[in-house]
Design a binder for this molecule. Structure first.
Ligand code: ADP
Ligand code: MG
Length: 138
């Protein structure tokens, strides 16, 4: 179950239905912030890709969704954290078509393109944190 607090909405990610929940919560929050139309799908898609990576590579983790304001601009921030195996070569993982699994290797680079800001921190044996932001058009 998602938890709503002052820090935003936290969704524990451990299975397929959690991915759907994170996607839906991200879409609903983005709509409240003022995003419309295809932007809602864009944000939801980026969230699903990052959530799917948690399930596939780290087994479990969490996604925190929050409204943000900076420079008088509103937006949403998505932080995905896990204590999984980490990524040994982040630059390589960010390339189109690189996958250690059986999928297309487009999740991370795709999410980076879909969102306005994308940061990834990862350490082998410690885990991975992905932070993504999208800003409302003025
Ligand atoms: N949370 C994560 N923990 C560990 N490794 C990850 C994580 N997310 C992504 N990776 C690594 O980065 C690679 C690229 O991820 P992605 O672009 O989503 O493509 P795909 O999931 O199709 O392999 C993955 O194959 C995996 O090796
Ligand atoms: Mg992926």
């Amino acid at each position: 179950m998602p938890v709503m607090g002052d820090d935003g909405i936290t969704v524990t990610i451990a299975n397929e239905s959690d991915i759907v929940t994170a996607r839906q919560m991200g879409r609903a929050l983005s709509e409240q912030v003022g995003f419309q139309g295809s932007d809602l799908t864009i944000i939801a898609t980026a969230i699903s890709e990052i959530a799917r990576n948690i399930v596939t590579y780290a087994q479990r983790g969490e996604i925190v969704l929050r409204p943000v304001t900076a420079n008088s601009r509103r937006g949403v921030v998505v932080v995905a954290r896990d204590d999984g195996p980490g990524i040994p070569d982040i630059a390589r993982a960010m390339q189109d078509g690189y996958s250690t699994g059986k999928t297309l290797g487009l999740g991370l680079p795709g999410a980076r393109r879909l969102m306005d800001e994308f940061e990834i921190q990862s350490e082998v044996g410690v885990g991975t944190i992905v932070t993504m932001r999208k800003w409302l058009r003025r």
